[in-house]
Design a protein around this ligand. Structure first.
Ligand SMILES: Cc1cc2nc3c(=O)[nH]c(=O)nc-3n(C[C@H](O)[C@H](O)[C@H](O)COP(=O)(O)O)c2cc1C
Length: 178
């Protein structure tokens, strides 16, 4: 079974999550997973299943992920699809719920014909030193609401949670085959 894991990542955080998901799925010899940036996806015809990951900027999934869904919406209707967001709001349970309700819903509700078999909100990471002053200001606004530190490197990814979700997705993919 061919699985596409397409990610959009500004600073590499979401890419690392996508790679971890890919490494867990391919622990089963029946799954062949390709992990690439959404920008490098030429087409999705060859894939049985598509998993899309996006980080979040200003309360929205990244534009190239929104474009990806728009571009491939018809073909996605015949595939099993999963989606995940990686962002700082998802650093706690209530934040995860907000990410499902306010961020992931922007895509899931827009495409009712697509069969989303799974969705997830994962905590994100930020390195303040890598941001320019404008980005830093934007981040302060986000972090004010989360109570997270506003200096240095803040990594809220919960790898156990990411792995548990990946295993659930793996089971769903293999169920499909039976
Ligand atoms: C300019 C900017 C805006 C952001 N806006 C949000 C936001 O609205 N909500 C949120 O939860 N996280 C927000 N974040 C945090 C990112 O989603 C988080 O750092 C994520 O892990 C980045 O992943 P990436 O390295 O794959 O881009 C923002 C980060 C930046 C740099």
């Amino acid at each position: 079974m061919k699985v596409l894991i397409a990610y959009s990542s500004g600073y590499g955080t979401t890419k690392e999550v996508a790679e971890r998901i890919g490494s867990i799925l391919t622990q089963d010899a029946a799954i062949d997973a390709v992990v690439i940036s959404v920008d490098d996806v030429a087409g999705i015809k060859e894939y049985d299943s598509v998993i899309v990951g996006s980080s979040v900027r200003a309360d929205r999934p990244l534009a190239n992920v929104r474009d990806f869904f728009h571009l491939h919406r018809k073909e996605l209707e015949s595939k099993k699809v999963a989606i995940f967001a990686v962002c700082l709001s998802a650093n706690c349970q209530s934040g995860k719920e907000k990410v499902h309700r306010e961020y992931l819903s922007q895509i899931i509700e827009k495409y009712p014909q697509i069969n989303f078999m799974a969705s997830a909100a994962f905590g994100g990471k930020i390195d303040f030193e890598k941001l320019n002053p404008v980005m830093q200001q934007l981040m302060y606004r986000v972090l004010e609401k989360t109570g997270l530190p506003t200096t240095g490197s803040v990594d809220t990814r919960d790898w156990d949670f990411i792995e548990a979700w990946s295993l659930e997705v793996k089971e769903k993919l293999l169920e499909q085959k039976k």
